[in-house]
Design a protein around this ligand. Structure first.
Ligand code: PLP
Length: 395
């Protein structure tokens, strides 16, 4: 087929040319004397994306799921009570992992389309006078439903009851794309991965930890090996890894951190908000609804869009791919067949978002959804024209 195949799934995302080129280099010696000159600044610079000033970031050769496991097995002990909430496929998988690793999981099930229930977290923490809860968990951006939760609100719930529990955040589809402030919000373990806001291929798991989490890991007794903080710290402090690092991906990470610094985190967050708003205007114009139940939950990185009764969202995704060479995300688990997703994160701009909306619109029409052709794309175009300068074209 001629032309690009367009990628608008919520990760892996599109890779900037500078990042792709930075990874196109011969294999290098990861035990060379000069390797720390490359890695030590990398360890420092990635902390800025997490806004982690006093802790450290571990870079694992894994996907985000590995960083989840690293967080739990290093910082907690078997049987520890943890407070979690489940409202989508990824928060579901995190609960599942916690149960399988042998923690005592207190899980609050919420309606899909909502997020972390702050009032219930506050209630449970207040009632836990004996401080049996060792950690609370927050999926900052539930990628399956396009729902963003309030991490600062989780910190406030802990502080309101003077509770010492650690705060774990899944930022796989949010960190580097929407506001995140580890130090200010007192986040102890923040997990992310390379293939979303960091604009890299999959293959690196990031775990940014606070001093408090590092201290907890010294006495925590869960078994760990590959993900051991201790092994990583010993090697990382000298600029090396305890096993063969994914050097090409690390070179790509250097380029991606440089691009993030050049644009600036505030500008990146503003761009994601603007692009997300454009998609939401299109959804309104189509007469459709988001899976996210209210504006407070709207995600600036991914929109999960409900299709009308009688339409299978899987057909929309299939049609977009087969006829229009465009990958959209499908519905997962409870929302299977009910939503399709547009990923609007990472390296993208207004015109790319318009392309995703055109493909979605044509596929919706082909699948029998009644809407005025051009309505959604038109609404997004109007929003982009009315809401400031194009961010990419510097004449
Ligand atoms: N958490 C969230 C919110 C995600 O979106 C994903 C993947 O899409 C994961 C965790 C799992 O990450 P990975 O697929 O990199 O292991």
């Amino acid at each position: 087929m001629a032309g690009f195949t367009h990628l608008f799934i919520p990760g892996p995302t599109n890779i900037p040319e500078q990042v792709r080129q930075a990874m196109n280099l011969p294999m290098e010696d990861m035990r060379a004397g000069s390797f720390p000159d490359f890695t030590l600044p990398l360890f420092e610079d990635i902390k800025r994306v997490f806004k982690n000033e006093t802790g450290r970031v571990f870079i694992y050769p894994s996907s985000g799921t590995g960083a989840w496991e690293a967080a739990m097995t290093n910082v907690l002990s078997p049987g520890d009570r943890v407070l979690m909430s489940r409202f989508g496929q990824f928060s579901h998988l995190w609960v599942d992992m916690a149960e399988r690793l042998g923690f005592d999981v207190e899980v609050i099930d919420c309606e899909w389309g909502t997020g972390v229930p702050l009032d219930l977290y506050a209630e449970r923490l207040k009632a836990d006078k004996a401080h049996r809860i060792k950690a609370i968990f927050c999926t900052q951006n539930e990628t399956a439903t396009g729902v963003t939760s309030d991490v600062a609100g989780c910190r406030a719930a802990l502080d309101a009851s003077n509770h010492p529990a650690l705060l774990f955040v899944d930022g796989v589809s949010s960190i580097g794309s929407i506001d995140f402030r580890q130090e200010e919000w007192g986040v102890d373990c923040a997990v992310s991965g390379s293939q979303k806001g960091f604009m890299l291929p999959a293959g690196l798991g990031f775990l940014s930890v606070s001093k408090k989490a590092l201290a907890a890991s010294r006495t925590a007794t869960h078994r760990r090996c590959f993900f051991s903080f201790e092994d990583m710290i010993r090697a990382n402090d000298a600029g090396y890894f305890p096993y063969t690092p994914a050097t090409q991906l690390l070179r790509g990470l250097r380029a991606s951190l440089d691009l993030i610094a050049e644009e600036g985190l505030d500008a990146i967050f503003a761009r994601h908000h603007r692009l997300g708003e454009g998609v939401r205007k299109a959804v309104d114009a189509w007469g459709l609804k988001l899976c996210a139940k209210a504006p407070e939950w709207h995600s600036d990185t991914v929109s999960a869009i409900l299709v009308p009764e009688g339409i299978d969202s899987g057909d929309v995704v299939k049609r977009a791919y087969q006829k229009y060479q465009t990958s959209l995300g499908g519905g997962l688990n409870k929302v299977f067949g009910k939503v399709f997703r547009i990923g609007h994160l990472g390296w993208l701009n207004e015109v790319m978002v318009c392309a995703s909306l055109s493909a979605a619109e044509m596929a919706l029409l082909d699948c029998g959804v009644r809407l005025a052709p051009g309505a959604g794309v038109g609404a997004a175009m109007k929003h982009f024209r009315d809401s400031g300068e194009m961010l990419v074209a510097k004449a």
